[in-house]
Design a protein around this ligand. Sequence first.
Ligand code: PXP
Length: 258
Amino acid sequence: MKRRLGVNIDHIATIRESRKVSYPDPFEALTILKSCQVDQVTIHLREDRRHIQDHDLKRICDANILPVNLEMAVTKEMLEIASQQKPSHITFVPEKREEVTTEGGLDCVTYIDNVTDAVSRMQACGIHVSLFIDPDYRQIAAAKESGADAIEIHTGTYCNVLEDFYVQNGHYDYSEDTVFQARLNQEITKIQESAKMASEAKLKVYAGHGLHVDNIQAIANITQIEEYNIGHALIARAVFVGLKQAITEIQMMLRGDL
Ligand code: PXP
């Protein structure tokens, strides 16, 4: 199965907003993404507008250069914006103002009624709806109950385990650390089992958060996952090698060529 790549360009807007100027303009990334045959552009319109702004969303949707995957909270404001802009895809995410990034999955179990209403409202606009959830069987069951088309498995916990290893050792080679391997395998198993369960429930399965060339392999081996949404690592790598090269490296990993 071909694995699709969605490139999250929020971090270009983060750099722009750190100066409150007009550059770098995330819109400029679209032609590079298109030339790299990226499958979709992913943007998160946050309630506090810390990176992507309403005008970015409008320009990116209107330009119709790539399918747009809009990440957004389940709020009245966001549902209204999405019904006007009509991106091709929506990913519902949880949002806390004080968090640095999306730190956990959406709690579909607790908020099943709100999530179900939001899913059906967006699907009525012709939008494909995915739910960003932790690799947890209760969340998958609730996602199925909500009528969503897909889940995106939050890979952040797995990635953070590997980051801890890097901080302690200065590299990612954990082949001789059995304690660490066990910790990591536990997280990988959760993602594998969740992907299998969701796929058996006829949900499409995507993954994202914290992925980069040094940690994506174990996740790219999970056959049920058909789409990856990656942002921070690509923009960080682009500082040194350019966006095109950074995207190409990840695409090679997803194809198993690196
Ligand atoms: N997928 C979702 C639903 C997200 O919220 C994010 C972070 O905005 C990502 C993927 C990308 O995460 P990262 O920037 O760590 O690659």
